[in-house]
Design a protein around this ligand. Sequence first.
Ligand SMILES: *Cc1c(COP(=O)(O)O)cnc(C)c1O
Length: 236
Amino acid sequence: MIGRVSGLEENLPAVRARIDAAARAAGRDPSSVALLAVSKTWPAADVRALATLGQRDFGENRVQELLPKAAELADLPLRWHVIGQLQRNKAAAVVRLGAVVHSVDRLSLAQVLDRGGQEAGRPVEVLLQVDLGGAPGDTAPRGGADPSAVPELADAVAGSPGLRLRGLMAVAPRGADPAPAFARLAALAARVRADHPEAVELSAGMSGDLEAAVAAGATVVRVGTALFGDRPLISG
Ligand SMILES: *Cc1c(COP(=O)(O)O)cnc(C)c1O
């Protein structure tokens, strides 16, 4: 564990330095870009080690993995984020945890989260996941609403008492230049924000493309590999 902590001790400031440099290069205030640590596949002990270094926001893409990890770390003041496809039957548990959901991509999911937020007496913070398309030959499904459907979904979420619309989220197409995709995302975000000024967050950028995302206006970057190292191949 000692070795683990010392690796994270170097990686966390290195990632933060990348974000800060990208923000400055774009003429943005570095404090306007938050780091979401993606802890999927890594044990609770690694999350604890990063929390000791001051990191508070952690993202997971599978609820089955999130729940036991969050339970093990319930003594820490962490904020959890769901960044992967969410099934409706797992929504209630996510609401109970007070997690932010970055991956709302359809009305039926928004509706169950809305019900949960109303029952909990605390609105669920959600981002709408946008499908930016895939690179040629990339068939891995990743979720996300078609961009043309996003304004209407945003209206529905903004009008739901159990939800709080926070913004948009996307993953750039694998194996292609991310900049044009992030530019399309930024344009869509501006359009949504014109109708819903509270939708200020843009969750975009990962270990390999965070600079391009920050240049396009990301306010949250989701970083796993550059913090924790390479995941086992099964995780995708
Ligand atoms: C795994 C994952 C990330 C982090 O990716 P890295 O390349 O490891 O930084 C970000 N966003 C989503 C949606 C993910 O599933």
